[in-house]
Ligand binder design. Structure first.
Ligand SMILES: CCCCCCCCCCCCCC(=O)SCCNC(=O)CCNC(=O)[C@H](O)C(C)(C)COP(=O)(O)OP(=O)(O)OC[C@H]1O[C@@H](n2cnc3c(N)ncnc32)[C@H](O)[C@@H]1OP(=O)(O)O
Length: 206
């Protein structure tokens, strides 16, 4: 979301400012994960962040930014933990929907470390859960994850451009299956997942 492309003083410009703050916060989290400054600098940074924290907490929402239709007509979820531009936890992942599946380029960061020098398996699983869910939604059967099975074939590096893809496989009633993977650019698969997504009865009034 570009701050340059929206009129100032509108809700869209406020959201653009929020996304810019989220991006700055991601960079802050990266800095905290890697900083090697001395104790004086750490103490000063702590004091500065305490003041920022108090300022932001002076007016709080009950929940993150919701699913909504953006001005360009697309569905967006700025509060989502994987794709949300306004969520500092999100990479954020930009997902491209194409025939029979979805695709995203991913660069994990040192912040995502699990085993030394590699990405935490839960982070890879989260990305794949989301991509599989998005493939299922793109196929017209949106649902909640019922089961997710992950096979870790190789350690996932951070700081390296990777590709995550997922495809819808089949549907039986309210159950839909999908599969996906995180791969090196040359196609070597690092992590693979299959998932069952269930459209809750409440969503379809069944
Ligand atoms: C809003 C628009 C959305 C757009 C999405 C954009 C993409 C976003 C992508 C985001 C992606 C991120 C996604 C996330 O992070 S989703 C977050 C993680 N998942 C959850 O929190 C799900 C929590 N569970 C539930 O809500 C319910 O239990 C569900 C909805 C799953 C089923 O409750 P419901 O009351 O509806 O179903 P039922 O009990 O009548 O059972 C029906 C059938 O299903 C079978 N079954 C049930 N559970 C399981 C299970 N766990 N494994 C295997 N099978 C299971 C059951 O045996 C039965 O089979 P059968 O006897 O008929 O053969």
């Amino acid at each position: 979301m570009s701050r340059m492309s929206v009129e100032l003083g509108t809700e869209e410009s406020r959201l653009a400012a929020l996304c810019a703050l989220a991006q700055q916060t991601r960079e802050l989290m990266d800095a905290v994960a890697l900083t090697d400054v001395g104790e004086d600098d750490l103490t000063a940074a702590h004091a500065a962040l305490t003041a920022v924290n108090e300022r932001l907490r002076s007016v709080l929402r009950q929940t993150p930014q919701p699913f909504e239709i953006a001005p360009d007509g697309t569905l967006r979820h700025l509060g989502n933990a994987v794709t949300g531009g306004a969520n500092p936890h999100a990479l954020p992942l930009l997902i491209e929907v194409r025939d029979g599946g979805v695709r995203a380029e991913v660069v994990f960061r040192p912040l995502h470390e699990g085993p030394p020098g590699a990405v935490h398996g839960g982070i890879s699983a989260m990305i794949l859960d989301h991509l599989l869910g998005q493939a299922v939604a793109a196929a017209g059967s949106a649902g909640m994850t019922g089961t997710l099975t992950v096979r870790y074939r190789r350690p996932v590096p951070y700081g390296t451009p990777l590709v995550a893809t997922a495809e819808y496989t089949r549907t039986e009633g309210r159950k839909t299956w999908a599969e996906g993977r995180i791969s090196l650019p040359d196609g070597e698969s690092l992590v693979e997942a299959t998932g069952l997504f269930i459209t809750p009865s409440a969503w379809i009034g069944a």
